[in-house]
Ligand binder design. Structure first.
Ligand SMILES: Cc1ncc(COP(=O)(O)O)c(C=O)c1O
Length: 442
């Protein structure tokens, strides 16, 4: 069975089983998120298999894409490392059991405390700007070891289709802009003066970046590393190429694949594979997006001004990107009946709305879908990365539960679906507890 078909079958079985077991109870849990654990395993294996065996590569999963500790732990078990961008993500990576030498810290605004922690514990660090470099200088002069330190460059190779996700534009906020007057020379001097600067980091952007543009940015990083090594042979030992393999949100297929990315890099940045450099990757969405979905009961339906509207519990609180930037982040919506079986109702143009108190809280506008009825289930696939892990707190809607699932084939064409809680539903008490209280006078 092709992979994408198998993924769809697993999803259908999981929705059906979730309804049967009350995990999508209309009163108790009208919205929940699901992670296809076998899909995560398969994606991790495909990633590892796509890269040449002879190369020393650390695949550091970008925790921002899905920071659930059990998901991170699963990826660790498959041999991946973890890229983090904040003290919170670092704590999550540690809780998932990643050892320091498999963690990479990137962030444009690392505090002194974060730098001390990273240097002191041997976490790889990518410096964002010249001021941060001076700060690290002072810490190293004060005795902290600089075991795995690099600098993030901005190769300024251009932007993709989503400017907010593009990090190699002329004026993008990340990294040291290599093509700005004087910067290349200044950075080369910085490496010459600091033998402990041994890595070069680049991340061209996330989603909407063509593979050729991604490879062009990586090629800039490789050329810079070669320039450093021409001054001091062997100083730069590794290139961190970031993430950015895009996801196709229109179907179940993984396109492009990790192998497509490696092929594009071989064409556009061949020296990355010369064996002169170790490699770190920071894939995020390409590992998780297609391995997760959100499901919600339809609470009510109505018709307004001739438009059919289904009111569900999945809106901006779980899909902020899609609600606020629907052109950049369109999602499929799949209709299932109240028993969790793909709906065979007649197609009708409908809006699929969320629960939040603003009119734009829509997951789909004028979408032709099987006519939705109260207690039907809508499923929003491809949301395993950057969706239920990026809650939006407006209207104080509690964070939904996240369930991991596995489907096992049984004799005579039957199967069983097993679920595990990956994150319990937030209770109202927990919600109130994070809503502030009168503290003592300061
Ligand atoms: C530095 C860095 N690395 C990796 C990633 C992950 O990108 P993606 O999920 O598109 O692979 C991001 C995303 O924002 C990032 O900023």
């Amino acid at each position: 069975m092709p992979d994408h078909h198998a993924r769809r079958v697993r999803r259908d079985r999981a929705v059906h089983a979730a309804v049967a077991r009350g995990l999508l109870d209309p009163d108790e849990t009208p919205v929940a998120a699901f992670v296809d654990l076998a899909g995560v395993t398969q994606s991790a294996r495909e990633l590892v298999a796509a890269w040449p065996r002879g190369l020393e590569v650390l695949h550091a999963f970008a925790a921002k894409a899905n920071p659930l500790v059990p998901v991170l732990a699963l990826l660790r078990q498959h041999g991946l490392g973890c890229e983090v961008s904040s003290p919170g993500e670092l704590a999550q990576a540690r809780a998932a059991g990643f050892p320091a030498e498999r963690i990479v810290l990137d962030s444009p605004a690392k505090s002194r405390r974060e730098l001390v922690d990273a240097l002191g514990s041997g976490i790889a660090l990518n410096i964002d700007n010249f001021e941060e470099l001076e700060r690290v200088d002072a810490l190293v002069a004060g005795g902290l070891p600089a075991r795995r330190v690099g600098v993030r460059i901005n190769p300024q190779v251009g932007v993709g289709t989503i400017v907010a996700m593009s990090t190699a534009g002329q004026t993008t906020k990340f990294g040291i802009a290599l093509a700005d007057p004087g910067n290349r020379e200044r950075l080369l001097r910085a490496y010459a003066d600091r033998p402990w600067l041994r890595w070069v980091h680049v991340h061209v952007g996330s989603q909407g970046i063509p593979l050729e543009l991604n490879a062009a940015g990586v090629a800039e990083a490789v050329t810079f590393a070669q320039d450093v090594n021409a001054m001091r042979p062997g100083q730069v030992e590794g290139i961190d190429i970031g993430g950015g393999l895009p996801v196709d949100f229109t179907g179940d297929e993984d396109t492009p694949t990790f192998a497509d990315h490696v092929a594009a890099l071989r064409a556009g940045a061949p020296e990355l594979f010369s064996g002169a450099f170790k490699v770190v990757t920071e894939y995020g969405r390409s590992l998780l997006a297609k391995n997760g979905f959100i499901a919600s009961r339809v609470e009510y339906t109505k018709t307004t001004g001739g438009r059919a509207i289904a009111l569900t519990h999945a809106g901006a609180q779980v899909a902020a990107r899609t609600v606020f930037a629907p052109e950049a982040w369109p999602l499929r919506v799949l209709a299932y009946n109240c028993h969790g079986v793909p709906s065979s109702a007649e197609l009708e143009v409908q809006d699929v709305a969320g629960p939040c108190c603003f009119a734009g809280d829509l997951l789909a506008r004028e979408r032709k879908l099987p006519k939705l009825e109260t207690e039907d289930v809508v499923v929003v696939p491809d949301t395993g990365a950057y969706y239920f892990s990026s809650p939006f707190q407006y209207n104080s809607l509690p964070m939904p539960p996240v369930f991991g699932f596995e489907v096992a084939d049984e004799p005579r064409e039957s199967h069983t679906v097993s679920f595990r809680v990956l994150r319990a539903a937030e209770t109202l008490d927990e919600l109130v507890a994070r809503s502030g209280t009168w503290g003592g006078a300061l």
